[in-house]
Design a protein around this ligand. Structure first.
Ligand code: FRU
Length: 525
């Protein structure tokens, strides 16, 4: 696919600055000097999405329309730390190769543009449509920064909407904003909206302090409160953010369940930010937890009882794409590959942060209950070379020429296995499967001194799983581990001073295949 960086992007930015109707006090001039033209800075991810320049956090407004996957993201175009939030924008035909587009939404007099979602309004319920094409409608949180500085103020966040009639290229904010005013709770944000066909209405899932509130609407403009969920359930070590609600078939069973994703910061199993989930039923008004998922049967993590989509420290605020066609039928997810503990101080330069590999979510009966799996989307195959058998070499030491690769290890039971990736600078990470956990140790992984807890090791419970397959995706500043097709996942940032080029393995395996992965930034044109 086309990947335009230098000229088209700069042109886009000029349009964004001068051609945008939404100019405001927060709008900043894009500085073409800081735009990456090469995407080859040290630590720049080569097969993960990252912004051309400056700060990025959560994925936003993920919607599929007219053969394009849209990815908006929390973005501050004037600095590589968090600031006045915009929605950056990119599109893709496969979620792997991306074309950067001009900023989608700018802050305005109602506030910064925080996280939210986007939908295709197929029936033009909003009336924003012009007749030929359905409007895309973005639903997001306004955060009012002046009021927010005053800790006594509770009316600082409310929801707004905007629509696009040109495939997401330009957006018009609704003149009736805000569409959902603050109830007097400071944390009132991150609307994820879906069409609930059974009740012919829109449902908004919203994070409110440390619980979820559901609202409904006939037209995306007027919203009514339905119910709350979450008190006394799951992790409450921090504020709840970026929820998502969707139905999934139970793999191998004639059944469906509703899944509620809830990011939480802090309070994650590896420290700081993480995403927990709940499985149950949703009746158009109320989410009720499946009895098998009740607090007494889900794992206890310290004082908290929660199940996590990813047990590594670096998968946060992830949600799923809206409007994936039924003929595809997948539930597709991407997360922000960082952690609020250190996101703003990681050792990167012209840009900060990347997204995870896009993942397909599935639901399985497991551990006496239900568990989500998340495996890399099949489209990743498009940038992966033919598999090479490295079974013999890896048992001593495999020395690599390529720094982007994916390993695929198989065996009847991989318990006891330890995989070490290292470089000539003596930096290394290890991934160990002991009898009931996966351990990821990044304490000697490279540059770690930017934050005290970064150098550490993390663990993920295997519960009732017998590990038979371990896939490891290695980019220049991240490692993602998928056990048994994503039944257990760990996503970890690493900053080696040079790429890991040696792999060794202890323990019993039956097969070891390696595939080199191509970079996605074809910028040398
Ligand atoms: C999650 C989050 C959201 C918020 C956004 C602000 O990382 O805190 O709750 O909308 O980031 O950038």
């Amino acid at each position: 696919m086309k990947r335009t960086i230098p000229f088209a992007m700069i042109l886009g930015f000029i349009v964004a600055i001068y051609g945008c109707k939404e100019s405001s006090q927060y709008e900043v001039e894009m500085n073409s000097e800081t735009v990456s033209k090469t995407f080859d800075e040290q630590h720049r991810p080569q097969f993960h999405f990252s912004p051309p320049q400056q700060w990025m956090n959560d994925p936003n407004g993920m919607v599929f329309y007219d053969d394009e996957y849209h990815l908006f993201y929390q973005h501050y175009p004037d600095s590589n730390v968090w600031g006045p939030m915009h929605w950056g924008h990119a599109v893709s035909s496969d979620m792997v190769n991306w074309e950067h587009l001009p900023i989608g939404l700018y802050p305005d007099e109602l506030g910064y543009i925080f996280s939210g979602s986007a939908v295709v309004d197929w029936n033009n319920t909003s009336g924003f449509g012009s007749g030929t094409e359905p409007p895309l409608v973005a639903i997001y949180t306004y955060h009012e920064p002046v009021r927010a500085k005053d800790q006594e103020r509770v009316d600082i966040q409310y929801q707004g909407i905007a629509y696009s009639l040109d495939k997401g290229r330009t957006w018009t904010k609704y003149e009736g904003n805000p569409v959902l005013d603050s109830p007097g709770i400071r944390d009132f944000r991150d609307p994820k909206v879906m069409w609930y066909e059974e009740g012919k209405k829109w449902i908004m899932t919203l994070a409110v302090k440390d619980k979820i509130s559901f609202y409904s609407s006939p037209d995306l403009k007027s919203w009514s409160f339905e119910s709350d969920f979450g008190e006394g359930l799951g992790g409450h070590g921090g504020v709840w953010e970026c929820p998502d609600l969707f139905k999934l078939p139970v793999t191998g069973a004639d059944d469906e369940k509703w899944v509620l994703l809830v990011s939480i910061n802090p309070g994650g199993p590896a420290g700081g930010s993480a995403t927990q989930y709940f499985v149950g039923e949703f009746d158009g008004s109320t989410f009720s937890l499946d009895p098998s998922f009740a607090p007494e049967v889900i794992p206890v993590d310290g004082e908290e009882q929660a199940v996590w989509i990813d047990y590594g420290p670096d998968n946060y605020a992830g949600v799923t794409w809206s409007d994936i066609p039924e003929s595809d039928g997948r539930r597709l997810f991407i997360g922000w590959m960082s952690n609020w503990k250190y996101a703003q101080v990681v050792p990167t330069t012209v840009w900060r942060s990347a997204m995870t590999i896009p993942r397909e979510l599935r639901l399985h009966e497991r551990a006496g209950s239900y568990r989500l799996s998340s495996k890399p989307v099949d489209e990743m195959q498009g940038i992966m070379d033919q598999p090479v058998d490295v079974f013999s070499e890896i048992q001593s030491e495999l020395v690599l020429e390529d720094s982007l690769f994916a390993l695929d290890l198989g065996g009847e039971n991989l318990e006891g296995m330890q995989l070490t990736l290292s470089n000539n600078a003596g930096e290394f990470v290890s991934i160990t499967l002991n009898n009931d956990h996966v351990l990821f140790d990044r304490s000697q992984s490279g540059i770690t001194d930017f934050e005290e807890s970064f150098a550490g090791s993390h663990s993920a419970p295997l519960e009732d799983l017998i590990p038979e397959r371990v896939q490891v995706f290695v980019d220049l500043s991240s490692i993602e581990v998928f056990v048994n097709d994503g039944a257990v996942v760990m996503t970890e940032l690493v900053f080696p001073i040079r790429p890991y080029n040696k792999i060794s393995l202890e323990g019993n395996i039956d097969s070891a295949m390696m595939r080199t992965v191509s970079g996605i930034w074809n910028t040398k044109m």
